[in-house]
Design a protein around this ligand. Structure first.
Ligand code: ZN
Length: 291
């Protein structure tokens, strides 16, 4: 009991991630006779190692802040098109910048990008930036890939303990792998992430995330070709900020030649940015008028 309480205290005071997981593991192994609140799955503390990006837009800090995350980067190119070599990390950065420009043009929304160049960030640093900035919304931009080169269209993912279908599970496995290089896990999550435990405090955030995912489908559909089942669920590490509504937007299939051309073209990026910005505006307008 004493051990459990002491560990609970240590976990809640910003122990470095690797250490806190080790402590949690010790606590788990020690198996205290009774369950206490102090031993739960640790919510990883936001990493303070990465410099915070600049927040752009209106100076009024009461304006909503959106953090846009360009997936992959640096040594991690993400998926690529086998024919023309278009890489996910380049496409996501260009799309994130287009979304930022569109949002800044509204004059009503503050924006920060997790990366504005070709750098690598571990998954938790991405959501950690959103948490440290107290962002109101986190959108991680990606492009899908499949062996079936005919597969095409956009999908929005939100967090869930278990995947909505086999394909969503495969996608989570692939996107979560970004932290693993040469077998070394650069993040502090276990590499086996077939299931992510979700804290109760996260439920409300998950509802808001799902609301935004539905809006994104509705508002972006006139601009971006979506798949038929376009809102799916998966245990994606990058979406696990407990207090920031978060979605992962697979903007299309980079493995499909037509989608890759759309994602790579300035016109395609513009259409994606239009759709995302419209959804964001509606989302915050609704929040502002909610009772
Ligand atoms: Zn990706």
């Amino acid at each position: 009991m004493l051990t459990a309480l002491a560990l609970g205290f240590v976990l809640s005071t910003g122990t470095p991630p690797a250490q806190s997981r080790a402590l949690a593991q010790i606590a788990h192994n020690a198996r205290p006779p009774r369950k206490t609140h102090s031993i739960t799955v640790p919510i990883p503390p936001a990493s303070s190692a990465v410099a915070l990006p600049t927040v752009e837009g209106p100076r009024d800090s009461s304006r909503p802040l959106v953090v846009v995350d360009a997936g992959h980067g640096g040594h991690d190119p993400g998926a690529s098109n086998a024919q023309n070599g278009v890489r996910e990390k380049d496409v996501t950065l260009a799309i994130a910048r287009a979304i930022r420009a569109k949002l800044l043009a509204t004059g009503r929304i503050r924006v920060a990008l997790t990366r504005d160049d070709d750098r690598f960030l571990v998954l938790q640093e991405r959501s950690g930036i959103a948490r440290r900035l107290s962002a109101d919304l986190f959108i991680s931009i990606h492009a899908d890939a499949a062996e079936n080169l005919e597969a095409h269209g956009a999908t929005v993912y939100t967090l869930s303990e278990t995947a909505s279908d086999r394909e969503a599970a495969r996608l989570a496995a692939r996107e979560n792998k970004a932290d693993i290089i040469n077998g070394i896990n650069l993040g502090d999550q276990q590499s086996d992430v077939s299931s992510i435990l979700i804290d109760l405090t996260q439920r409300e955030t998950m509802t808001l995330s799902a609301n935004f995912a539905r809006l994104l489908q509705r508002e972006a559909a006139p601009f971006v070709p979506f798949r038929s089942a376009s809102h799916r669920f998966a245990s994606l590490i990058v979406l696990k900020a407990p207090d920031t509504p978060s979605v992962l937007f697979e903007t299309g299939y980079i493995s499909n030649t037509q989608d890759a051309a759309f994602l790579e073209s300035p016109a395609g990026r513009q259409r994606i940015a239009n759709g995302v910005a419209r959804a964001i505006e509606v989302y915050f307008a609704r929040k502002a008028t909610a009772p």
